[in-house]
Design a protein around this ligand. Structure first.
Ligand SMILES: Cc1cc2nc3c(=O)[nH]c(=O)nc-3n(C[C@H](O)[C@H](O)[C@H](O)COP(=O)(O)OP(=O)(O)OC[C@H]3O[C@@H](n4cnc5c(N)ncnc54)[C@H](O)[C@@H]3O)c2cc1C
Length: 306
């Protein structure tokens, strides 16, 4: 359980001693990547302070600070979370960075391979880390590949990385500009950046990228940011995020109706309802119903059509 929120200083910065203790520390991710918190603004109490202003209460205390944060998270009153900001220095393979930069609400400054020689490191894959194409999700991975197959793939990967790096060096030695010489470097090449984001948008990033639907590699970065850094920086906001966002599930109007039928034991009515709304077709559950079944499993309930 996180400790109670300390009082915000009347003057000076709102600080987080636990984050202060790890500022500048590199948290290793993948084989040669890292996430390093370099600076931040605000703490749990900054969220509370902003919320109380918006409620017209000034700094007067009503609900406990922790409960207020939980209320804000539950009710998607998001702007107080924007009062906190954090800046990271990150080192990420370019293919993963390409996913990362889709999150448009951050401020970014990236290492320039026009200006400097590309970082001499590429994300490599161990023989036991190759994943088969998922058979159920066209975007995802499935079971690990056979170790012997993986060994060969890892060997080929190394040859490819070495060859592309050698050609890159030869181009630079021949006088080719850095901006052109880089064009055939693999996407596995590491890049570095400073990435600054407010807490509301960081939670949005984490809710998408810590989730199983996201690629393993970006999940590793998101989990490091969440578990190792944000949980220490704003423990009450983190706990509320996990309880009401990340570990929570949304129920659609249809799902609420279906849950009602199922818990009342009205199984035929549930089937009819699912059929009427085209969630069940010829006794076969569609994608929406499969997702609902996953929620039923979480609640310890069985789906009536499985
Ligand atoms: C599992 C997964 C699979 C994905 N697959 C693909 C894919 O196949 N192809 C692909 O191109 N992308 C893909 N993406 C990227 C995805 O579509 C989003 O671009 C990315 O997750 C960023 O989300 P966002 O826009 O909500 O975040 P941010 O850019 O951080 O924006 C945060 C929020 O701000 C608001 N916002 C920001 N900019 C605008 C704007 N211009 N207009 C209106 N509102 C805005 C929105 O409410 C948005 O949710 C995938 C993402 C995930 C997690």
């Amino acid at each position: 359980m996180a400790k109670e929120i300390d009082t915000l200083p009347l003057n000076g910065r709102a600080n987080s001693p636990e984050l202060d203790a790890i500022l500048g520390k590199s948290f290793k991710v993948l084989d040669d990547g890292f996430v390093r918190p370099v600076d931040y603004m605000g703490n749990d109490l900054s969220i509370v302070q902003a919320a109380r202003v918006s409620y017209g209460d000034g700094t007067k205390k009503g609900a406990s600070d922790k409960n207020l944060i939980r209320y804000l998270m539950r009710h998607r009153h998001t702007t107080p979370f924007e009062m906190c900001e954090i800046k990271f220095h990150v080192r990420v393979p370019m293919d993963i960075w390409r996913q990362w930069v889709r999150h448009r609400t951050a401020n970014i400054n990236e290492y320039s391979t026009r200006y400097s020689i590309a970082i001499d490191s590429a994300h490599s894959t161990n023989a036991d880390e190759w994943r088969a194409q998922s058979t159920t999700n066209r975007q995802g991975s499935g079971e690990p590949l056979d170790y012997d197959v993986g060994k060969e793939l890892t060997k080929q990967e190394k040859q490819l990385h070495d060859m592309s790096r050698n050609i890159y060096r030869q181009r630079l030695d021949s006088g080719v500009s850095r901006e052109q010489a880089r064009k055939d470097l693999p996407l596995a090449t590491y890049t570095e950046a400073y990435w600054k984001c407010d807490l509301h948008n960081l939670f949005h990033f984490l809710s998408l990228r810590m989730e199983n639907a996201s690629q393993y590699e970006i999940r590793e970065y998101a989990k490091t940011i969440g578990n190792e850094i944000v949980s220490k920086w704003v423990p009450h906001a983190w706990e509320a995020f996990m309880d009401y966002n990340f570990d929570a599930k949304l129920l659609s109007r249809f799902e609420i109706e279906l849950l009602g039928y199922i818990t009342r034991g009205e199984i035929e009515a549930a089937k009819e309802y699912a059929q009427k709304h085209e969630m069940l077709r010829n006794d076969k559950p569609g994608r929406e119903l499969v997702e609902f079944e996953e929620k039923l499993t979480l609640m310890g309930l069985e789906s009536p059509w499985s």
